[in-house]
Design a protein around this ligand. Structure first.
Ligand SMILES: *Cc1c(COP(=O)(O)O)cnc(C)c1O
Length: 353
């Protein structure tokens, strides 16, 4: 596919690395592509970052037929820029597309266009420790039609956002609140898809948790409210008797690229990892017996997020006295080492662009 490029006539002032937070600044250009029944996906183009103009009847505004991805490009010490497991993100994007009746994109030509966009925006990729360029591919349904059916037209776009270090104040554990009242996903639902509505549906419980002084919600399964699923928008891991345990992919859990990275890096470092159904009662019991030594979330934004406190009904479990454990720390160092090109990438996950 040919990629056309229109340069911005009003390039913005780039932020200093210390001014960066998450998802507030965007680069000068974006990637776009259109879909119609007649032409399929077409007109892949790099254009100035700008507003969209869409009629109020646009189907995505009403019925939420939308999917997205989140991945990052990192600046290495030698100043080159690299992507981490981008193919895996775009494969998941296409799995989300299938579930939401959105036509799949051609992964490799879109990835080539993304690399071209990042080369154009090269100076936007921050370089201080822990910073990166966050990449947000999205597809929205664009038919100007209020009937409920899959749209016949779509807009694909990708925007880039330089982001600050996730842990400016150190690798500190968070407090999480187990909700036995609200659920994120149900068997047969769309929990496995990165689709917009899942996030809208999670906000109410998140706000409740925050009012209680907790950072994130730990979600249980949607049927029995017993089995652990995810934490906030991260996958969850526990260390019990020196084995790393994480819920198996059951259709309602989002299959995180970082989750898979954690599993592979842990095994390579000689740790045993078990993917299985695990109940909140088992976690409470392991804690009571002194067998629960660590808990952490995994996701692209934070990589590893250590958990210091878990509140479930009247139980308050404190893990490692609220400090990050050795396995969480090792995994964080190993994975970020590969992402920044400081450690050998024996899995061939990175791609210099
Ligand atoms: C994106 C996401 C994750 C983490 O996926 P990564 O590929 O590791 O970033 C986990 N759970 C939910 C619900 C998510 O949306």
């Amino acid at each position: 596919m040919n990629i056309s490029f229109t340069a911005s006539r009003h390039p913005k002032k780039k932020p200093e690395d210390h001014e960066l937070s998450f998802g507030t600044r965007f680069t000068d250009h974006m990637l776009l592509m259109d879909y119609s029944l007649e032409k399929g996906w077409h007109d892949l183009r790099i254009v100035p970052y700008d507003n969209f103009s869409l009629p109020p009847s646009t189907t995505v505004f009403h019925y939420g037929q939308a999917i997205f991805e989140g991945l990052k490009a990192y600046r290495r010490k030698d100043n080159q820029i690299q992507l981490f497991r981008a193919k895996d993100n775009f494969d998941r994007f296409n799995r989300s597309a299938r579930r939401m009746c959105i036509p799949e994109i051609e992964r490799d030509s879109v990835l080539d266009a993304l690399k071209e966009l990042i080369r154009i925006e090269e100076d936007w990729v921050p370089s201080s420790h822990g910073t990166s360029l966050y990449i947000r591919p999205t597809i929205i349904a664009t038919d100007p039609f209020l009937g409920i059916r899959a749209s016949h037209t779509y807009l694909f776009f990708t925007i880039l956002s330089p982001v600050g270090a996730y842990y400016p104040e150190g690798f500190n554990p968070v407090k999480i609140w187990v909700t036995s009242e609200y659920v994120r996903a149900v068997p047969g639902g769309v929990g496995e898809a990165k689709t917009a509505g899942n996030y809208a549906a999670s906000l109410y419980a998140s706000e409740k948790a925050q009012k209680e002084g907790y950072t994130q919600v730990l979600w249980l399964d949607g049927k029995e409210h017993r089995y652990i699923e995810e934490v906030g928008s991260m996958n969850i891991f526990f260390v019990i008797n020196n084995t790393i345990v994480t819920p198996e992919l059951n259709g309602s859990i989002l299959s995180g690229v970082t989750r898979n990275t954690v599993i592979q890096v842990a095994r390579k470092n000689g740790l045993s990892v078990s993917e299985k159904r695990i109940s909140i009662d088992e976690i409470c019991e392991a804690h009571e017996k002194g067998e629960l030594s660590e808990a952490f979330g995994s996701g692209t934004a934070a990589v590893i997020s250590p958990v210091g406190t878990i509140r479930y009904k009247d139980h308050i479990l404190t893990i490692k006295n609220g400090v990050a454990g050795p396995i969480s720390t090792m995994l964080f160092d190993e994975i970020t080492g590969i992402q920044y090109g400081e450690k050998e990438d024996s899995f061939q996950w990175t791609e210099i662009i």
